[in-house]
Design a protein around this ligand. Structure first.
Ligand SMILES: [Cu+2]
Length: 251
């Protein structure tokens, strides 16, 4: 007969080994498929931390269950085992560790949120107008308009969002940002793109028959290329775009 303490140590050792191996494996994965902004990087590290910390919790349950099922299997006897009452140390550890995990994750998440949403300053501004079923982008620095979103790499961009009809949602998955476009109200979001390239954007709020096709392309380029592109856009050339101010129309 193995003494009970020995079982505890063996199970704890298996738990520790599986937790470390699992945490190392999970720590290496990128959870957001494409990361092209500072914000998406912060979010990905939060997801990874959450996944890493969940491994020892999962293993605690799995190892406890599997070890008991193998070593303490009762053949044919289906009666309940004797109840265990009031183990103060165990209860304190259970509550203490759970509390520390939750508060620690909350603190990490809150710091990340402040990092993403905190500073309300930007180097570049774009106004976004959503309607059934299209996106329009206006660049206040030149008055240019476009159907694609063009922003500079490595600079904090202020995106100001309005809707002409129903609720839409501005979403660029690679940037890790999503913001509702609400009729009669201006919403905003900030992003710092870190990798030049072209990224898909889409409406993330079911907004009617054409919702599926309410997509746009985001082009991230260096400041010089962006300036050259902006110079080529004639102000208001995009057509159906109303002037940037007073464009909210209630319908
Ligand atoms: Cu929409």
């Amino acid at each position: 007969m193995t003494p009970p303490r020995r079982h505890l140590w063996i199970a704890a050792a298996i738990w520790a080994v599986l937790s470390i191996v699992g945490a190392v494996l999970v720590a290496g994965i990128q959870i957001i498929p494409v990361i092209a902004s500072r914000e998406a990087g912060i979010e990905n590290s939060a997801f990874v931390l959450l996944a890493v910390l969940s491994v020892p919790v999962l293993m605690f349950v799995v190892v406890g269950l599997a070890y008991s099922a193998i070593w303490f299997r009762a053949n044919g006897d289906e009666a309940d085992g004797p109840p265990i009452h009031g183990h103060r140390g165990f209860q304190a550890a259970w509550l203490g560790i759970s509390f520390a995990l939750v508060i620690g994750l909350f603190a990490y998440g809150a710091a990340g949120l402040v990092d993403i949403r905190g500073a309300q300053t930007a180097d570049f501004e774009v106004q976004v107008s959503a309607e059934q079923w299209a996106w329009h982008f206006t660049y206040p620095s030149t008055g240019a308009t476009s159907k694609e979103l063009h922003i500079p790499v490595g600079q904090r961009v202020h995106i100001v969002i309005n809707s002409d009809d129903v609720i839409h949602s501005f979403w660029v998955p690679a940037f890790g940002i999503k913001q509702d476009a609400v009729p009669g109200r201006t919403t905003e979001i900030y992003v710092t793109a870190t990798v030049a390239g072209t990224y898909p954007g889409l409406c993330a709020e079911l907004c009617g028959f054409g919702h599926t096709n309410m997509r746009f392309t985001t082009v991230v380029s260096n400041r010089a290329a962006l300036k050259a592109w902006l110079r080529k856009q004639k102000p208001g050339s995009e057509g159906s775009q109303p002037p940037p101010s007073g464009s909210e129309s209630a319908s």
